[in-house]
Design a protein around this ligand. Structure first.
Ligand SMILES: [Zn+2]
Length: 197
């Protein structure tokens, strides 16, 4: 992998929990001032830079690069492609202070990964349609409706703003066999007291 300019903050790294990064990833992110201040505009651009330099992300939330603010960016098309969108394309979208106003459709389970939860994946149940109120990257009020995979990506990214990650929503967790001990200890798998009959 090429060296990235923007490091991704993770809950653990090399078999140990990352205390400082976990604390930030776990906190409820701050609202962004509207109209956007210069600092807020810089944060938005930094998040876009971090997103566009990767080829392995469908979306990225500001806390994942250490900025505890309510900003997310995600692809709106070409999800299978490993080429990141170009900066001036309409293939990605930025949401500031997003709020889901309606969950619709059906609940559906699918396997997700997260850059902040390296080496694992999780089955997560989410709604197939959401309506969102937010501000765009220029600070203008917008209303959006997402269905299918984009709806899932939006729910995943908005969870990050609440300090919520896939490990908290997992119906089932998957991790590599050789890391069994680390992950089983962390997630307390098999640690439930055996009932005595
Ligand atoms: Zn994530």
């Amino acid at each position: 992998m090429t060296t990235l300019k923007h490091a991704t903050w993770t809950l653990w790294r090399n078999n140990s929990v990352t205390e400082e990064e976990s604390r930030l990833l776990r906190r409820v992110a701050d609202e962004v001032p509207i109209p956007l201040t210069d600092e807020a505009r810089r944060d938005v651009e930094t998040l876009i830079d971090a997103f566009l330099e990767r080829d392995d992300a469908a979306g990225l939330a500001a806390p994942q690069i250490g900025i505890s603010k309510r900003i997310v960016v995600f692809k709106t098309k070409n999800f299978g492609s490993e080429t990141p969108p170009s900066r001036d394309s309409n293939e990605y979208e930025v949401l500031i202070n997003p709020r889901i106003t309606q969950y619709r459709g059906a609940e559906e389970q699918q396997t997700e990964g997260c850059l902040s939860c390296p080496e694992i994946s999780a089955d997560v149940t989410r709604w197939t349609e959401v309506k969102v109120k937010a501000f765009d990257r220029t600070g203008r009020k917008i209303n959006r409706r997402y269905t299918g995979f984009p709806a899932r990506v939006v729910q995943h990214e908005l969870d990050h703003l609440e300090g919520m990650l896939i490990v908290d929503r997992a119906d089932t967790l998957y991790f590599p066999r050789e890391k069994k001990q680390f992950f089983e200890t962390m997630f307390q798998i098999g640690r439930r007291p055996t009932p005595t009959l």
